[in-house]
Ligand binder design. Structure first.
Ligand code: ADP
Ligand code: ZN
Length: 722
C-alpha cells in the first residue's frame, strides 16, 4: 500500500504530496511520522492507494501512525482546498487549522487513571487489619481510584490484596472535563411567541443563512438553544460560536446544564490536556455541540445541522494571522458542505450582513422587544463641553454623578465603560511637547499608576516613569486623557463606601481571570464595574440599572471608515447591559459632540435609520461594502530589504492595474501608520478595489515576494489600519 502524505511544513516549496509505503492501519486523515530530508517529521495522510507511479527503490516507509479514528475528517480536505485557493496558503497551513496546537506538537497525551474493583473474598490473616479494612471498603465502593485507595489504607496492604486476587486494577482513559460551574439556569424556558416565531422561521426557511436581529435582552440565547436541541433530536451536530469565550461564563454554564456531556468547549483558556480531551470527545462523536471562539469553526464534527455565530458583528471573527480568514466565510463553506443552517445573531448586525438580509439573500428575523416587555434603557446625553464651561474638569458629568448616587442608594449596580486602559493615555512634556514613545514600536506609551510604569500596548515593553523630559530636561510632565485606573481612583473619592471592580487587559490574567471578576460582580460583591470593551459583550446582570459611557466619541474619531458603525455598535451593546430585569435601566452617554448623527441614532435605538444613513455614506464615498479595501503589508527587520520588496510588490500590482484601470479606486504605497512594531519596519501598498476580481493575482504577488527576511501578506477590509 502507498500513502499520499502532506508534510507539516509551512513552506510553498514542499507544498505537494509525497508517497510512502504503508500497511493497512494507515487511513486517510491519520497523522503520521515520515522520514523527510534526513529527519523524521509529522505529516497528514490525504490518500491511500494500491499502486504508485514512482519506482519502489525511491519510496520510503512511514515511521509511525497516530490516531484511531483518523484525526482529520473527510470534510477537512474539501475545506483545505477551498482555503488554499481563497487565501493562497500551503496545504499544511490549512490543515493545521483543524487540529489543536497541542496535538501537532505531540506533547499532550491521553490521561489514564487506574481504578480498583472488588473481585472476590479471600482468606486473610488475623493480623492483616489494614487489608481487611481495605477489602471491606472496596466491597462497598468498587471502582474507587487506585491511588485514593492506597492513600487511605497503605500501598502495601492494597498491593497484597491485588496479589491475592481480591482486587482487580483497571486502567481507564480519563476525559479532563473543564467543569464550568453550573448555575441552575439550564431549565428550558417556555418560549415567548417572538422566540417561537424565530425558531420556526429558521426551521422553515429554505435559505442557507439566517440573520437574527434582536435588541439586547430579546432572548436570543434561548432561541439558539432551541435550534440546537432540534438538530440533536435529528441526530445532527452543531457549532456555537461566541466572540470571546472567557467573557461568557453564563452562556457556557447554560449550555452545559442543558446539554450535559453532549457539549464540548474549545477554549484557549483551558489547559492543553483539557482542550485535547474535549477535542477528541467531539471527534469520537461522544459530544455533539462544539462551543468556542473563532477557531471552533474548525471543530471535528460530522453531519452538522446548525452553525450559530452569536454577536456576528464582532471583529474577533476575523483572524489576524495567516490565513487571515473570515469566520462567516468559512462557516458558509461548512454549512454548504453539510447542508446545515447558518444562524448569525446580533443586536447590531454588521452592515455587510444586514445588506444581504435586506436584499433577501439571508432570512431576516427581527425581534424588537425585550423579554417580558422590559423597556430598553433610556439614554441621557451629557454634553461634556458644557460641563467644562461650568468648571467641571473631572471625568464625570453632573448627570452621571447623580444617577450613580441614586442607583447605589437603591441597592442596584452600575457599569462604567471607557475605551482606554491604563491610568492615562499619553505622557507629554509641557515645555517642549515631547511625547513618550516605545523604542520598538513607534507608538505612544501609556502610564500605569499601580506599577508607576510606562507600558507599550503593542509589544508589552515597560519603561520607568520619567522624572524629567528626556529631550529638554523640563519637569512639567502631564498625563493626557483618562484610563480605567484613573476612573477607579476618582470614583473612590466620589463614593467612598462603594465597592468597585475593574476589568481590562491589565486586571485579567490566568485561566479564569475574567470569570472571577464577572462572578464577583454577578454575586453583587461589588457595586460598580469599571472596564473597557470586555464589559460590553453579552453579559446579563439583573441588578445593573445604570451604565455610564465616559467617552462615547473616542472611537468616532479614529481614521477608519468603520468608526461610525463601531461607535453605534459599542453604544448599543454597552447600553444593553442596563435594566435587563427588575428596575428600569438608564444610560448616561458623555460626549463632546452631542449633535453627531451616529449618537442620535444610538440614543433612539434606530438601527434601520443608522443603516440607511451609513449605506448612503459608504455608497457616495465608495467604501465597503461598495468596494474592497486591500492592503499588502511588507514587514521585516531589515529596512533596506523591506523597502526593496515593497517596490517590487508595488510594481507587480501596478502592472495588473494598468490592464484593469476601472477596478481601482485608490492605489498607493507608503509607510504604515505605525512604522515599526516589535523592531520590524512596516510598509504597505494600499488599494481600494471595485470588487474581488483581482484578489487571486494580488495574493500570488504577496506569496511570490515573501521571503525568510521579509514577510508579505494581504489583508482584506482590515479591522485596523495602523
Ligand atoms: P440577548 O442575548 O438577546 O441579549 P438573553 O438571551 O441574554 O438576551 O436573554 C435576556 C434575559 O431573558 C435572560 O436573563 C434570559 O434568562 C431571559 N429569558 C430569555 N428567554 C426567556 C423566556 N422565554 N422566558 C423567561 N425569561 C427568558
Ligand atoms: Zn512596543
Amino acid at each position: 500500500m502507498y500513502a499520499k502524505v502532506i508534510v507539516d511544513v509551512a513552506h510553498s516549496e514542499v507544498d505537494k504530496q509525497f508517497e510512502y509505503f504503508c500497511d493497512d492501519s494507515v487511513k486517510v486523515g491519520c497523522r503520521v511520522k515520515v522520514p523527510f530530508g534526513g529527519r523524521v517529521i509529522d505529516g497528514f495522510v490525504v490518500g491511500v492507494s494500491e499502486s504508485s507511479e514512482y519506482p519502489p527503490e525511491k519510496i520510503k516507509s512511514i515511521v509511525s501512525v497516530f490516531d484511531e479514528p483518523p484525526a482529520l475528517i473527510g470534510e477537512c480536505f474539501s475545506l483545505m482546498q477551498s482555503i488554499c485557493k481563497r487565501y493562497r496558503v500551503p496545504k499544511a497551513v490549512a490543515l493545521r487549522l483543524f487540529l489543536p496546537t497541542e496535538m501537532r506538537t505531540g506533547k499532550v497525551m491521553e490521561l489514564y487513571k487506574r481504578f480498583a474493583y472488588f473481585k472476590e473474598e479471600v482468606p486473610l490473616k488475623r493480623s492483616a487489619k489494614k487489608q481487611a479494612e481495605a477489602l471491606l471498603f472496596i466491597k462497598q465502593n468498587s471502582g474507587t481510584e487506585f491511588s485514593a485507595l492506597c492513600n487511605a489504607f497503605g500501598r502495601a496492604a492494597v498491593n497484597s490484596l491485588v496479589e491475592k486476587g481480591a482486587i482487580e486494577v483497571v486502567s481507564k482513559k480519563i476525559n479532563r472535563n473543564p467543569m464550568v460551574e453550573v448555575s441552575g439556569e439550564g431549565v428550558q424556558k417556555q418560549l415567548t411567541p417572538d422566540q417561537e416565531n424565530a425558531v420556526q422561521s429558521v426551521e422553515n426557511s429554505e435559505k442557507r443563512v439566517h440573520l437574527i436581529h434582536g435588541v439586547t435582552g430579546s432572548g436570543k440565547t434561548e432561541i439558539y438553544l432551541n435550534i440546537i436541541a432540534r438538530q440533536l433530536q435529528r441526530g445532527k451536530s452543531a457549532i456555537f460560536l461566541v466572540p470571546e469565550i472567557s467573557l461568557t461564563p453564563q452562556m457556557l454554564s447554560q449550555l452545559r446544564e442543558r446539554f450535559k456531556g453532549q457539549a464540548a468547549i474549545l477554549h484557549s483558556g483551558l489547559s492543553a490536556g483539557e482542550r485535547f480531551d474535549e477535542w477528541w470527545r467531539l471527534r469520537s462523536g461522544e459530544a455533539k455541540i462544539a462551543i468556542g471562539a473563532r477557531s471552533a469553526i474548525f471543530a471535528p464534527l460530522e453531519n452538522i445541522g446548525a452553525i450559530i455565530i452569536d454577536e456576528e458583528h464582532d471583529s474577533s471573527y476575523f483572524s489576524e494571522s495567516s490565513p487571515r480568514y473570515s469566520t462567516i466565510e468559512i462557516a458558509k463553506m461548512r454549512a454548504e458542505y453539510n447542508g446545515a443552517k447558518l444562524i448569525l445573531g446580533s443586536a447590531t448586525p454588521s452592515v455587510e450582513s444586514f445588506i444581504m438580509a435586506s436584499e433577501g439573500k439571508y432570512n431576516l428575523i427581527t425581534l424588537t422587544k425585550r423579554i417580558n416587555k422590559r423597556p430598553l434603557p433610556e439614554i441621557i446625553i451629557a454634553d461634556m463641553r458644557r460641563e467644562v464651561k461650568r468648571g467641571n474638569a473631572s471625568a464625570f458629568s453632573k448627570a452621571l454623578r447623580e444617577e450613580l448616587s441614586s442607583a447605589l442608594e437603591s441597592g442596584n449596580q452600575a457599569i462604567i465603560f471607557l475605551n482606554r486602559r491604563g491610568y492615562s493615555q499619553t505622557v507629554i512634556c509641557q515645555d517642549c511637547g515631547y511625547i513618550a514613545k516605545c523604542e520598538n514600536c513607534d507608538v505612544t506609551l501609556t502610564y500605569h499608576s499601580e506599577e508607576n510604569l510606562l507600558k507599550c500596548h503593542y509589544c508589552g515593553a515597560k519603561y520607568r516613569m520619567l522624572p524629567a523630559c528626556p529631550d529638554c530636561g523640563g519637569r512639567h510632565i502631564r498625563y493626557n486623557g483618562t484610563g480605567t485606573q484613573r476612573v477607579v481612583s476618582d470614583l473612590k473619592e466620589l463614593f467612598p463606601n462603594a465597592k468597585i471592580l475593574r476589568m481590562d487587559n491589565d486586571t485579567v490574567s490566568g485561566k479564569d481571570g475574567h470569570y472571577k471578576i464577572l462572578k464577583q460582580f454577578a454575586e453583587k460583591k461589588a457595586d460598580i464595574l469599571v472596564g473597557t470593551q470586555m464589559i460590553a459583550k453579552g453579559h446579563d446582570f439583573p441588578s445593573v440599572t445604570l451604565v455610564g459611557i465616559l467617552d462615547a466619541d473616542m472611537s468616532l474619531h479614529f481614521a477608519d471608515y468603520r468608526s461610525g458603525e463601531r461607535t453605534f455598535q459599542l453604544i448599543t451593546q454597552v447600553s444593553g447591559r442596563s435594566g435587563r430585569a427588575g428596575d428600569k435601566g438608564k444610560v448616561v452617554l458623555q460626549t463632546y459632540s452631542p449633535e453627531n448623527y451616529i449618537l442620535r441614532y444610538a440614543v433612539s435605538y434606530d438601527y434601520k435609520g443608522f443603516f440607511a444613513n451609513e449605506m448612503a455614506l459608504r455608497k457616495s464615498t465608495g467604501f465597503p461594502p461598495y468596494s474592497l479595501i486591500c492592503r499588502v503589508m511588507v514587514t521585516g527587520t531589515d529596512d533596506k530589504l523591506a523597502l526593496e520588496t515593497l517596490k517590487s510588490v508595488y510594481f507587480a500590482i501596478d502592472d495588473i492595474r494598468k490592464e484593469n484601470l476601472d477596478e481601482f479606486i485608490f492605489f498607493n504605497k507608503m509607510h504604515s501608520p505605525i512604522k515599526k512594531i516589535q523592531g520590524k519596519v512596516r510598509y504597505q501598498v494600499l488599494m481600494r478595489l471595485k470588487g474581488k476580481k483581482l484578489l487571486p493575482q494580488i495574493y500570488d504577488i504577496a506569496v511570490n515576494n515573501s521571503s525568510a527576511h521579509t514577510l508579505v501578506f494581504v489583508e482584506e477590509n482590515p479591522n485596523n489600519l495602523s
